[in-house]
Design a protein around this ligand. Structure first.
Ligand code: AGP
Length: 607
């Protein structure tokens, strides 16, 4: 997730507005920043790694000449946060400047083709193919509008782009597929931005571009066209009534809720991983004598779930370990044959890095899954995957957890294929379901939101909760409980359901709410027995069960129905979503701020 802001003014300098606009998009990314302006048919570009204000001051953004320009604040996905990788990117002739938010899936093949055709690339980004594709079309004689359309028709993946042509200082060209882009108009000019907050100081009259659309902005107006055939789209502007605070959260009252609702998109991004990196990680995992999945908090829960995936799909035994326990527990056996797969959203968690450093010193192979390009974890890993969820502001991890799970599921499937442990049919079937996960999560959000809110109202004053699941659902239970615990402060326990009778059941008395995860699959039969045990002791039974599972529904005091046909191994992704919402709504109903839980920091970088 990156931020784009562009403007074309009737008079005055564009750059100071771009600087301010980017500042309001800083939550979308902040590892590097850049601006391109056009003046007298000449492109001016200033960019560097670093925070917006610091780079803007150092490179005097506000003094850049020209009434038209585009800017970008970056959250690295391809290529480290460096000056060269910062946007805008240009073609060989330096006459086309592009800023981009999204991921171009086929950039490697496009880059190869363009390089063979003589184009010179300087960055490691996927974005750089876009100005070169446009340049190629200009060379064939196309005008900017046609060159843009032809170029973006070749892109696969997600993009919101804003483009300047040195030959056409009267216009900014934009296009979008899956990444957000808004255009706006005022008396003073026209604007484009990734998000509403950047627009608000200049205009409240905006239009959203939809997938497959391009827009051409001039100082006095805009035109929206379809990328497929260049035909015109009539879309009037709408007035935005949100306050700035509301706008930063896209109308959501809290970042946590916004991020919960971003999950269909972050999961789509997680499906766009470069297959070569998945293969590389899978090959290292395959070679290891012992594999440790090391992480903290929510990321540890993702590792726990992944250990079931690796075992069931790839027949590979892995050891999920809480990072702060790793050295004490396994340190003495770590050596050159050990593989450590470290999972960390921030890539900066002290305990995880300490475990990694320890293992590295003993010549173990370090692999990483993170959301942060350029983080310490990416620097110390032999190979790593970036999950591409964009920045997460809420302290409680939500969208980054489900994306971690989807990355790890893809990795397990690659490994299964590589090791030949399951049949082609099973692989194909699982792959198909993987691709459906973003839509399934969308459906869960649509279907369960109001039901979860009702349950939050009903149970908001409880003093204790139990979360129980079997198999991979025990990881879902732990994560659901962590969400509730960290933002509502309600004491709660989570256990593999089979373990509950070995102790935890002693705290169950009349009306204690017990949340059971009951996806269809191998554990479904046994979970019914666990429900009965709790029911017999007077617990209130709340279940997440598959639509039409009458047996579980009848045993429940309350239930949330989940879509049919979700494989048990993927169930933690959709099943955790109602639990995230439940924690969120209970926190709000108890008058707490879910974005700022007490005593917690987003990234724990201290011992
Ligand atoms: C999750 O809601 C927490 N905020 C916390 O447990 C977090 O997952 C943990 O600190 C690990 O962070 P990391 O993924 O950045 O390493």
């Amino acid at each position: 997730m990156c931020g784009i802001f562009g403007c074309i003014l009737r008079r005055g300098l564009a750059a100071p507005l771009i600087h301010k606009g980017l500042k309001r998009l800083e939550y979308r990314g902040y590892d590097s920043v850049g601006v391109a302006t056009l003046d007298g048919g000449v492109l001016h570009i200033r960019k560097d790694a670093g925070k917006i204000d610091e780079v803007a001051e150092r490179l005097s953004f506000d003094e850049m000449p020209g009434a038209v320009g585009v800017g970008h604040t970056r959250w690295a996905t391809h290529g480290a946060p460096t000056m060269v990788n910062a946007h805008p990117h240009v073609d060989c002739g330096g006459v086309v400047a592009v800023v981009h938010n999204g991921v171009i899936e086929n950039f490697q093949e496009l880059r190869r083709e363009l390089e063979e055709g003589g184009h010179r690339f300087v960055s490691k980004t996927d974005t750089e193919v876009i100005p070169h594709l446009i340049e190629e079309e200009l060379k064939k004689g196309a005008q900017p509008r046609e060159a843009l359309l032809r170029a973006v028709r070749r892109l696969r993946g997600s993009y919101a782009i804003a483009v300047l042509f040195a030959s056409d200082p009267e216009h900014i060209y934009c296009a979008r597929n899956e990444s957000p882009l808004i255009i706006g108009l005022s008396e003073d000019g026209a604007y484009c931005a990734s998000d509403i907050p950047a627009m608000l100081p200049y205009t409240r009259m905006v239009a959203w571009l939809r997938n497959g659309e391009a827009a051409i902005l001039s100082a006095g107006g805009y035109e929206i066209i379809r990328i497929s055939d260049g035909s015109r789209v009539d879309r009037p502007l709408t007035e935005i009534s949100w306050s700035l605070k509301m706008a930063e959260r896209q109308g959501y009252p809290h970042f946590m809720l916004k991020e919960i609702y971003e999950q269909p998109q972050s999961l789509r991004n997680a499906l766009r991983l470069q297959k070569t990196y998945l293969d590389l990680l899978a090959a290292f995992l395959d070679r290891g004598r012992e594999i440790f999945l090391v992480a903290a908090g929510t990321s540890y829960h993702a590792c726990l779930a992944a250990s079931y995936m690796f075992s069931k799909l790839a027949r590979l035994t892995t050891y999920p370990v809480i990072a702060s326990e790793f050295i004490e527990r396994y340190g003495s056996s770590i050596g050159i044959d050990s593989v450590i797969l470290a999972v960390s959203q921030s890539g900066e968690t002290y305990d995880t890095l300490k475990a990694v450093e320890y293992a590295r010193m003993r010549a173990a192979t370090i692999l990483g899954v993170t959301n942060t390009v350029g983080s310490t974890l990416t620097r110390v890993s032999r190979a790593y995957i970036v999950q591409q969820s964009g920045p997460e502001i809420g302290v409680a991890a939500t969208k980054t957890f489900t994306a971690q799970l989807l990355v790890l599921a893809q990795l397990a499937l690659r490994l299964a294929r590589m090791r030949g442990k399951i049949s082609q049919d099973e692989i194909d079937e699982f792959q198909e379901k993987l691709l459906e996960i973003p839509s399934i999560v969308e459906e869960v959000l649509n279907r369960s939101a109001s039901r979860v809110e009702e349950l939050a109202e009903k149970y908001k004053d409880e003093k204790l909760f139990l979360f129980l699941g079997r198999g991979i659902s025990s990881a879902t239970a732990l994560e659901g409980r962590l969400k509730l615990l960290e933002i509502t402060y309600i004491p709660s326990l989570a256990y593999p359901a089979g373990e509950s009778k070995h102790g935890p059941i002693s705290i169950v008395e009349e009306d204690v709410p017990c949340i059971f995860l009951c996806p269809r699959g191998e554990t479904r039969r046994d979970i019914v027995g666990s429900i009965m045990e709790m029911k017999a002791r007077g617990a209130k039974i709340i279940t997440l069960c598959e639509e039409g599972d009458e047996e579980v529904k009848e045993l429940s005091d309350d239930y949330i129905e989940m879509p049919k046909g979700i494989p048990e191994l993927l169930s933690p992704i959709p099943y955790v979503v109602p639990l995230q919402l439940l924690a969120y709504h209970i926190a709000v109903k108890r008058g707490l701020d879910p974005d700022k839980p007490r005593n917690l920091a987003k990234s724990v970088t201290v011992p």
